[in-house]
Design a protein around this ligand. Structure first.
Ligand code: BG6
Length: 494
């Protein structure tokens, strides 16, 4: 009999399990990408029976799974789902969990994946319990060969010190190879395609450096405001919620050197090198290199203190002090309650050194935009001669859209890939301890300077706008402008 694999989900009655994890498991199961036998044990405080839990998950999967939902298929799937209630940050329910594992293992050993879909303050106590109850110790290979892995959600720490403390604490029970720190941006198809774009084609990489590139923009905008997540968000703000993790990951993939292989360690080493080469901002330098803002009305959201200074938008200029990038600014920005849901990376090439064609407008360099979402694709803007004129130029776009090119292969949810990789033991799309700490080293000084700053006010922006005017000025002062939405078809950007 094949070794069973069991996934134990902490926070099984929560939002992440409903919207992402269970639909992803269901899709993987339909694609026959889950091991067999496979079991799910949901853990939560809500007092569900197995039947209640299955019913709840049935509704979630019917609503959120990309794959077609039918009652017959569900009836087969739901047999794998089990539930235990209790407070799993303390010891009391662990004997019940241990017996449940033994019951499903049925006198065999199993591979175990623990998924902490819980608020960050619970990571440490839960991993302590897993250690105390001996649920995560891996036997020697030659004994059972079974693995024990733990997936930890973001944010990993609140700052550098707490991330370091958390790493030390969880390493008491887990070896680094057992820890899978999630950043779901890494598993987006379009983010993985950035590596194929850079290293699977030969014509882009020779241009990917300070000789040809003027600057890089990395944008992650959202239309949603903080909504019901206000009490979490007010503690996090845009730097902890988006910059320290998602934006730093996008940045390191754009800026890293080619890895020597596709192995997880090779890729992680390159990302770490680029993060280590980022020039640290001193407290005095922060005001000139950052913008922070809050959307109008944020202070009246439920759960937000009336005097909160948490930024819901930030823009940051970074430099990378290495041979490839010396002198090329990277502009990173992210915010809530903005005009468009848009995650995009724009590579702005330098202008042509000599313009043979006299033009009334300034002719910028080529722009390459990698649209991560929505309407995923890649766009290259270039100059073209307007027909039947002597030499008038007009910018035009070359487009690649996923839905045109791959209409038979819809883009899967990032969580499918992450769960499947963690089960296979491929950690390439998860962050390593030193990587998390290095990204805090970049973000921490900015947050500290903002806390102390008398000179850099927190500004406001209108909900539904493209962000604060200060962010436009910030770039305009360098002679540059933000690119907002090259993904939209048939729009030519001036
Ligand atoms: C999460 C943040 O990690 O990413 C959210 O906590 C944010 O605030 C979300 O909305 C954005 O993810 P995506 O995949 O919708 O871009």
């Amino acid at each position: 009999m094949a070794t069973p694999t069991i996934i134990v989900i902490y926070g099984a009655s929560g939002d992440l399990t409903h919207r992402k994890l269970m639909p992803a498991l269901y899709n993987l199961w339909l694609k026959k990408r889950l091991p067999d036998p496979f079991f799910v044990i949901g853990l939560g405080r809500t007092d569900y029976s197995n039947t209640d839990f299955r019913q709840e998950m049935r509704e979630a999967v019917a609503e959120f799974a990309a794959k077609v939902f039918t009652e017959e298929v569900w009836a087969d799937f739901e047999g794998m789902l089990h539930y235990l209630s209790g407070n799993f940050t303390g010891p009391d329910p662990y004997p019940a969990l241990t017996s449940k594992l033994a019951e499903l293992e049925n006198e065999r050993q199993s591979n175990r994946l623990f998924y902490l879909a819980m608020p960050p303050r619970f990571y440490e106590p839960i991993i302590n319990q897993l250690g105390e109850f001996d649920l995560v110790r891996e036997e020697d290979e030659d004994e059972t060969g079974c693995w024990r892995r733990v997936i930890i959600e973001k944010p990993f720490g609140r700052d550098l010190q707490s991330a370091q403390d958390l790493n030390v604490s969880i390493h008491q029970h887990l070896l680094e190879h057992q820890i899978y720190r999630i950043d779901h941006y890494l598993a987006k198809e379009t983010v993985q395609n950035m590596m194929v774009f850079r290293f699977g084609n030969s014509i882009f990489e020779p241009l990917w450096n300070r000789n040809f590139i003027d600057h890089v923009q990395i944008t992650a905008m959202e239309t949603v405001d903080v909504g019901r997540r206000a009490s979490y968000y007010d503690q996090a703000g845009v730097m902890r919620d988006m910059f320290q993790n998602h934006l730093m990951q996008l940045f390191s993939i754009v800026a890293m050197e080619p890895p020597s292989s596709r192995r997880a360690e090779a890729l992680r080493n390159e990302k770490v090198k680029v993060l280590a080469a980022v020039r640290r901002l001193s407290e005095e330098e922060v005001p000139a290199n950052t913008v922070r803002a809050q959307y109008e009305g944020y202070l009246t959201s439920d759960g937000v203190p009336a005097d909160s200074t948490t930024p819901t938008y930030a823009a940051v200029q970074l430099y990378v002090d290495n041979w490839r990038w010396q002198g090329v600014p990277f502009y990173l920005r992210s915010g809530k309650a903005l005009a468009s849901k848009l995650t995009e990376i724009t590579i702005q090439f330098k202008s042509a050194p000599v313009m043979l064609f006299a033009q009334k407008r300034r002719v910028p360099g080529n722009t390459l935009t990698l649209t991560i979402q929505p309407d995923e694709g890649i766009h290259l803007r270039m100059e073209a001669k307007v027909p039947d004129t002597l030499s008038d130029l007009q910018p035009v776009n070359m487009h690649f859209h996923y839905d045109d090119a791959f209409d038979d292969a819809p883009i899967p949810e990032a969580y499918e890939r992450l769960l499947s990789d963690a089960i296979k033991g491929d950690a390439s799309l998860f962050t390593r301890d030193d990587e998390v700490e290095l990204s805090w080293k970049i973000i921490d000084p900015i947050m500290t300077a903002w806390r102390h700053s008398q000179t850099q006010p927190l500004t406001e922006y209108v909900k539904g706008s493209w962000g604060p005017v200060e962010a436009d000025r910030f770039l305009a002062e360098t002679g540059r402008a933000w690119v907002n939405g090259a993904h939209r078809r048939h729009i030519v950007h001036p």
